[in-house]
Design a protein. Structure first.
Length: 215
């Protein structure tokens, strides 16, 4: 094989034995069916293109970066929700019947800031209120368990399928406006995913009066 060189040289063909994102990449360069260096137009042999060490390191770095990004999503992505829901434990710890209205009001606020949405939040709180007033729930522990069950039921119950009416004019435009941290990007992602599954071609456009880079 020809001596190594820091410059990248052209090759006739290259083969990657395994995808670099699954394992370390292995590169092989062939000339006339033989492994080795590649001849130039004048018949002289030139150096092999690149060094496998560089690609091995690059593959490892990309793999580590991808793993780090996934961990950030699952460890840090729900930090806000966990923090807000932790308030519920404090609310129900010293709950008593005479304090029901105040506790449910604060519970409603905790669910709203945890991105449950107004419709779901009201339904959960009213279900709990009804069970408390009827005597089914008599302690903070029972209310907490009922809250968990309410959330689980709402997540696992299949609702009626609703079709999005985009109108006859094309392209259809959906505008979403809101303050920072209101969940616009998350909602847009869900909406775009749904529309794409239904066969629509989706284009996302961002506009900000504050951040020039988004215009």
């Amino acid at each position: 094989m020809a001596s190594s060189s820091s410059s990248m040289c052209a090759s006739y063909s290259s083969v990657i034995s395994r995808p670099f994102y699954n394992s370390q990449p292995q590169f092989a360069f062939f000339c006339n069916g033989k492994l080795g260096s590649v001849p130039d137009s004048g018949g002289r042999f030139r150096c092999m293109a690149g060094q496998t060490g560089f690609f091995t390191k690059l593959g490892r770095l990309i793999k580590e970066k991808a793993k780090s990004d996934v961990e950030k999503i699952f460890s840090g992505g729900f930090t806000k929700t966990r923090k807000n829901l932790a308030v519920i434990d404090e609310l129900l710890l010293y709950w008593n019947l005479s304090d029901t209205d105040r506790v449910l009001d604060e519970l409603e606020e905790a669910l709203l800031v945890s991105d449950f949405g107004p419709k779901i939040t009201i339904k959960i709180v009213e279900n709990l209120r009804e069970d408390i007033l009827s005597g089914k729930l008599k302690s903070g522990t029972e209310i907490k368990e009922a809250l968990k069950q309410n959330v689980l039921d709402l997540l696992t119950t299949k609702g009626s399928k609703t079709e999005l009416q985009l109108g006859f004019r094309k392209p259809a435009v959906i505008m979403i406006v809101g303050v920072n941290g209101g969940g616009k990007t998350t909602s847009l992602g869900k909406l775009a995913y749904r529309l794409k599954k239904e066969g629509a071609k989706v284009r996302l456009c961002y506009l900000s009066l504050v951040y020039a880079m988004t215009t």
